[in-house]
Design a protein around this ligand. Sequence first.
Ligand SMILES: *[C@@H]1O[C@H](CO)[C@@H](O)[C@H](O)[C@H]1NC(C)=O
Ligand SMILES: *[C@@H]1O[C@H](CO)[C@@H](O)[C@H](O)[C@H]1NC(C)=O
Ligand SMILES: *[C@@H]1O[C@H](CO)[C@@H](O)[C@H](O)[C@H]1NC(C)=O
Ligand SMILES: *[C@@H]1O[C@H](CO)[C@@H](O)[C@H](O)[C@H]1NC(C)=O
Ligand SMILES: *[C@@H]1O[C@H](CO)[C@@H](O)[C@H](O)[C@H]1NC(C)=O
Ligand SMILES: *[C@@H]1O[C@H](CO)[C@@H](O)[C@H](O)[C@H]1NC(C)=O
Ligand SMILES: *[C@@H]1O[C@H](CO)[C@@H](O)[C@H](O)[C@H]1NC(C)=O
Ligand SMILES: *[C@@H]1O[C@H](CO)[C@@H](O)[C@H](O)[C@H]1NC(C)=O
Ligand SMILES: *[C@@H]1O[C@H](CO)[C@@H](O)[C@H](O)[C@H]1NC(C)=O
Ligand SMILES: *[C@@H]1O[C@H](CO)[C@@H](O)[C@H](O)[C@H]1NC(C)=O
Ligand SMILES: *[C@@H]1O[C@H](CO)[C@@H](O)[C@H](O)[C@H]1NC(C)=O
Ligand SMILES: *[C@@H]1O[C@H](CO)[C@@H](O)[C@H](O)[C@H]1NC(C)=O
Ligand SMILES: [Cu+2]
Length: 569
Amino acid sequence: MGFVKVILLCLCVVLTLFPQLVVCITRHYTFNIEYTNVTRLCHTRTILSVNGKFPGPRLVAREGDRVLVKVVNHISNNVTIHWHGVRQKTSGWSDGPAYVTQCPIQTNQTYTYNFTITGQRGTLFWHAHISWLRATLYGPIIILPKHNESYPFQKPHKEIPILFGEWFNVDPEAVINQALQTGGGPNVSDAYTINGLPGPFYNCSSKDTFKLKVKPNKTYLLRIINAALNEELFFSIANHSLTVVEADARYTKPFNTNTILITPGQTTNVLLKTKSYFPNTTFLMVARPYITGLGTFDNSTPAGILYYKQHNTSIKNLPFLKPTLPQINDTNFASNFSRKFKSLANSKFPINVPKKVDKKFFFTVGLGTSPCPKNTTCQGPTNNTKFAASVNNFSFALPPVSIMQAYYFGKSNGVYKTDFPETPLNPFNYTGTPPNNTMVNNATKLVVLKFNTSVELILQDTSILGAESHPLHLHGYDFFVVGQGFGNYDPNKDAAKFNLVDPVERNTVAVPAGGWVAVRFFADNPGVWFMHCHLEIHTSWGLRMAWLVLDGNESNQKLQPPPFDLPKC
Ligand SMILES: *[C@@H]1O[C@H](CO)[C@@H](O)[C@H](O)[C@H]1NC(C)=O
Ligand SMILES: *[C@@H]1O[C@H](CO)[C@@H](O)[C@H](O)[C@H]1NC(C)=O
Ligand SMILES: *[C@@H]1O[C@H](CO)[C@@H](O)[C@H](O)[C@H]1NC(C)=O
Ligand SMILES: *[C@@H]1O[C@H](CO)[C@@H](O)[C@H](O)[C@H]1NC(C)=O
Ligand SMILES: *[C@@H]1O[C@H](CO)[C@@H](O)[C@H](O)[C@H]1NC(C)=O
Ligand SMILES: *[C@@H]1O[C@H](CO)[C@@H](O)[C@H](O)[C@H]1NC(C)=O
Ligand SMILES: *[C@@H]1O[C@H](CO)[C@@H](O)[C@H](O)[C@H]1NC(C)=O
Ligand SMILES: *[C@@H]1O[C@H](CO)[C@@H](O)[C@H](O)[C@H]1NC(C)=O
Ligand SMILES: *[C@@H]1O[C@H](CO)[C@@H](O)[C@H](O)[C@H]1NC(C)=O
Ligand SMILES: *[C@@H]1O[C@H](CO)[C@@H](O)[C@H](O)[C@H]1NC(C)=O
Ligand SMILES: *[C@@H]1O[C@H](CO)[C@@H](O)[C@H](O)[C@H]1NC(C)=O
Ligand SMILES: *[C@@H]1O[C@H](CO)[C@@H](O)[C@H](O)[C@H]1NC(C)=O
Ligand SMILES: [Cu+2]
């Protein structure tokens, strides 16, 4: 026993002193889901947190590492955690969406997520994946390149995570429960936050401001994460330009911009080159929502402060500069900006875009209505209806058990069907005058894919209840964004213009308001994979579906057996 301990200790010392000896290691984390009291905007709330931190702790790993996160539920809510963007090759049991790949971790229960990071480096994030618990349960995932690998851009002086979130003065669970009951839109958040802090434009918040101190003549890597629930965000820093170098843990061709736009579910790494002198002013870092849909939204302004500090000057006495941001509805900016993203796609980081397609899918995404239960009144968009949202007019109902468990144990009967429509059942002019009947269907239907099928998926926004940008997120995969446009997708005209050379590869893409986006991927990861709008209210209303990817023939192409501690329903 003592001997083993000494050997282990020596090993640890050696590995700490000579990390370059290590090829891949296992990283152990414990996430205690617990209550913590937090005050923002002069309101103190008992929030759900990981280890008492808000935002939650950083998860740091190197490409190739195994990560084990023991999640212990000390609260009364059911919980799951999703490792957003992590490919989870054959380890779908660790993906996290409740009732899709696992039953929730109940009070006093523990579940250890176990996954390997392969072929990814950059920034992702983790968040709760049940109801709206991700409002406060979220934090960064930082994936460093392998030891012997450097960044394909200038080595940054420092790396700074920047997480956007939304703060509610009331319990977000009460907000979504009320919305689902009445069928109306949810109450909006009271503030946006930058690293958990609203900033100087809110009441009671000047001390709750994220401040970033920089040195002149340096390059900083900002790891920007949009963990807000319901809003895409513009972000800009006064008098500084940003160079985008990575998106969703994939390197991009670098490009400069004064403003970025980032949807919930996306991550963007940017380089910030600081000035060559000590300016006698500070610089605001400001975000603003990008709004396309109808209804109310949080129109407040979160801000942080970037400053340079020479010895004793107090930054309080310095004037500040404010950046100019696009208009709140600037769809032209959104379209132009998303077109700037291209894969780095060089010899060191090649990409594998499906050139030939085995299966084509055409999915409409958008809002609609569902009937109001008898003898109740509802506050949906039309007389006595509820808001609903759908993919190919199906609102996805979550079953009371885990879909992937039902699949693995051959118990799908009564849980899900595999007849999700490949194209809309009733085609219409998707971006023209909406049909009179806005009612959606409601079912649990999956698409089944054979292992390694090359898939093309067109996501088409509808103008039912108003055209709106929808950030669609696919679990377990990155897809190539090969095309996008406004109006209805036209296979005869649009497919010829697809970029099959250096399309950006990501896990979340905005379907343009009143437009479409085309993505391609190889179905090389067996399991059940959720796909949904990352605007949480749209997911709650049913803008979600799931793919079932079958096992391949090789042993490393099969979904692993479920872990012994997989939660039960
Ligand atoms: C939060 O505040 C309430 C009211 O003051 C207190 O009863 C509770 O113990 C606090 N919870 C934590 C986790 O500190
Ligand atoms: C959880 O554990 C605590 C402490 O052991 C106990 O008081 C509580 O009743 C348990 N709750 C449930 C739902 O099991
Ligand atoms: C994690 O998963 C790997 C691959 O399936 C397995 O070999 C390993 O035993 C698991 N580790 C734990 C602690 O469950
Ligand atoms: C920054 O670099 C420039 C060019 O090398 C130099 O002239 C300048 O003094 C540097 N600024 C500071 C604050 O060190
Ligand atoms: C800041 O510096 C600029 C140029 O060096 C000068 O014009 C300006 O008056 C200074 N402002 C303050 C507040 O010192
Ligand atoms: C955006 O909003 C502005 C001001 O509210 C309005 O004048 C303009 O027409 C809107 N633009 C679009 C494209 O909707
Ligand atoms: C609905 O209301 C009517 C009239 O008040 C009543 O007869 C009926 O039982 C109610 N139905 C339900 C499902 O509550
Ligand atoms: C809306 O519903 C209410 C209650 O069911 C009904 O009295 C009213 O006539 C309806 N209005 C329209 C425009 O259909
Ligand atoms: C669809 O509706 C739009 C807007 O009204 C119109 O411009 C377009 O021509 C229509 N497309 C088709 C195929 O009818
Ligand atoms: C919708 O209803 C109106 C009025 O009832 C009718 O004139 C129109 O043709 C309908 N439109 C469609 C697409 O069915
Ligand atoms: C959808 O179907 C589920 C299961 O059948 C049911 O519980 C739920 O109430 C339905 N939702 C709507 C909006 O119709
Ligand atoms: C937690 O999940 C279990 C299993 O799905 C379910 O039976 C239970 O009602 C849930 N509890 C709460 C508080 O939502
Ligand atoms: Cu949406």
